[in-house]
Design a protein around this ligand. Sequence first.
Ligand SMILES: O=P(O)(O)OC[C@@H](O)[C@@H](O)c1c[nH]c2ccccc12
Length: 260
Amino acid sequence: MSKEKLDKALNRTLESGQKVFIPYIMAGDGGLDSLKEQILFLQEAGVTAIEIGVPFSDPVADGPTIQEAGKRSLQHGTSLRIVLDYLKDLKPVVRIPLIVMTYLNPVFKYGIENFCTNALQSGISGVIIPDLPLEQSELIRDHLQENEIALIQLATLTSSEERMKKIAKASEGFLYAVTVNGITGERSTVDTGEGLEHYMKRIKKHSNTPVLAGFGISTPEQVRKIGAACDGVIIGSKIISLWKEGKRNEIKELIQATQQ
Ligand SMILES: O=P(O)(O)OC[C@@H](O)[C@@H](O)c1c[nH]c2ccccc12
């Protein structure tokens, strides 16, 4: 049911001729009530789904903006359990699919089986675990499958053809195409030209799911250009900064760039 909710939401957006927009937010940054406020705002603004980050002490793939948001959240005492419990209470008001992005360690601490059952009860449709390599994913895959939660895979610019094929075939919900080499965060120089088109073509060839691009996207212009080469975009750092600065209209402008 929950995985299906994500598949359906993605299809609905794409069939209507729009591109998918998935914002990433850090759970517990500004306290949990801020999480509720952000989810409801983004849902109202028309995003297809939301990626909810769980703060972690060693976030190896995160750039400065997300690291800082994670630190603030940890100061509020946020944990994976607290986030799932909170989302469970929020279920009646959340219509769009939610994806949890967490590192492997908090999942181990939680207990893999318990995590999967509780995630389902909290209405989670998919998970992203960036430090879980495809080769080790059977650790959790069956438990997620039992609970109908999608395990979303990341492909990177440096993935070989062979590896990209494996990752693309294994990904559920959508395939996360990382558009830069390095960590998350805004960049003025995300490739929006031929290089990107070529990369997306390579990925799309192998993928059975929508392909969404993420890492370093921060302007409506980039959203339009990158969105044109794939099925949509994921934006984290810029959303976190704009929310913190109270610039909600600029968040809406980013989202609207996928709707035209
Ligand atoms: O912040 P950016 O550059 O917009 O990138 C998206 C990203 O934040 C989000 O999807 C994410 C946050 N932490 C991650 C770790 C790995 C993969 C993805 C992520």
